[in-house]
Design a protein around this ligand. Sequence first.
Ligand code: F6R
Length: 615
Amino acid sequence: MCGIVGYIGHRDAYPIVLKGLQRLEYRGYDSAGIALYNDGELKVSKTKGKVADLKAKIESENNTAGTLALGHTRWATHGVPNDVNSHPHMSNSGNLVIIHNGIIENYESLKKELKARGYTFESDTDTEVLVNLIEDVSKKENVRLGKAVQIALNQTVGAYAIAVFDKTKPNEIVVARLGSPLAIGVGEEEFFIASDASPFIEFTSNAIYLEDGEMAVVRRHKGVKVRKIKDDQLVDPYVQELQMNLEQIEKSNFDHFMLKEIYEQPSAITDTYRGRLLVNEGIIRMAGVDDNLERFLNARRIVIVACGTSWHAGLVAEYIFEDLARIPVEVEYASEFRYRNPIINSDDVVIAISQSGETADTMAAIKLAKEKGAFVFGVCNVVGSSISRETNAGAYTHAGPEIGVASTKAFTTQITVLTLIALKLAKAKGNISNTDFHMHLRELEMIPHKIEVALEANEHIKEVAFKYKDARNCLYLGRGYNFPVALEGALKLKEISYIHAEGYPAAEMKHGPIALIDENMPVVVIATRKGHYEKVVSNIQEIKSRSGKIIGIVTEGDTSVRDLADYVIEVPDTIESLTPLVTTIPLQLLSYHIAVMLGKNVDQPRNLAKSVTVE
Ligand code: F6R
């Protein structure tokens, strides 16, 4: 939610910050702004709309000189998206300028106090309150900017990643984080600040990821000084070498990041199991699980917490863990779990799944589970993310950066990691025969190739998309392992094409949703040969007799569903527990093509943001 970028050094700051904002636009895209300092002068340009609108505005005014800049791309929380509420925000004196990702929850009471002392506010934002609070502290206490930021933050409640500078002291930027990510790229007498490392990847591969509750003063010539916001203790910053490369964060020859990421799934899954799935040796190696095997084996149950697509991956995992490892599993929306006084015991293992590793609700659920004594294991994609650091142990998905807002390769790589864990535990508990275990390993190894085959249906899926692009509603049905895939398919369609879609377990149809079926209702049914096939075929018959339009996702060579359905899309055969990894592919492509045909912004759908760092 919101992307922040900053630069201080010897290069022109504007192109760096602008490009950085374009790369972070997936985090929020309802307005954008840049503050640029040049020779005693501070120019702040901001606008409702995309980074491209900001670029046009700034370049038409020729406002691009300077070696110090802050930029922001916004996902509105306080105040509607408009020019005034856009960041950066300035203090009343016009000296301080700030960018902020997060929420200051007690901003109203702070605003009241500041107003009583004569401060005025142009915007409705919590951020403008924070910058004036910092100014007020620095005047009252007569302290430098770093100290003023520290004192002010200690008066706030909420979450933030901020960067602030004072135009009268243009050799430093002060940054701080609590609950929102912040990375500092370290170059030669130049520093980059960003919500993730993508804005500075071509300039440096050295980065400091601030920990929650830390702040840093970043000085043009003197480097970075990190300290704890609460107790002022100095911290020796850990400079990490980045794994990311430029190619990973560019679209290559694809029209959209989403399509690129759909096509990356074979290689992403290979990266997920590389070094972990050792088929010839017949073992699964995962440090996070190996080091904590007793905790897993003694777990009374596994509780999975996640949101959105990651929650759907959790639902697939519920089937795998219960089916193979015979451990009871509960899957919870993190946002519900955190507020309902859940019963969690010290012999529970909680698995938190998150692509971004920054989702506020998932983070809060983890903290709650830890307080209750549970062992918390993270399944994250973004290396070094808040969730990956907050959990007791974990396994990365290694899917590479996912930039399209609609999650695709994150989902299949999460399922891959969770399958590896379930198989490992099944083996360790003696709940799976050697033959079965080896068969699972071999099948999992073949999944990337099977996804490549599933992707070959792309042109046919385009035809299906064309046929149903004008539908106003759509149902997705699946059973067993493919029920969560139906939910995921429906989520993909609604979030990027804005067509109303619902996912159901196929057998639930007759308990209500069947009333919706008529000749205008497309119904996507996952009917692979493995997994309740005959039952699903009967469900298809029920839809057919009510004139519903059927799109069957079937196993290669299927004939029964073909006879009933209006369209079928084939996927390669695999064992039941792995079918979600192949059936998901046509559903992703179907929603992608429908959204493109409807002229929607596929990578940046309305009202959404990639990391949901607010609750
Ligand atoms: C849907 C989507 C969201 C996320 C959800 C959780 O395509 O992307 O539903 O899955 O916001 O995000 P993470 O996995 O980053 O915690």
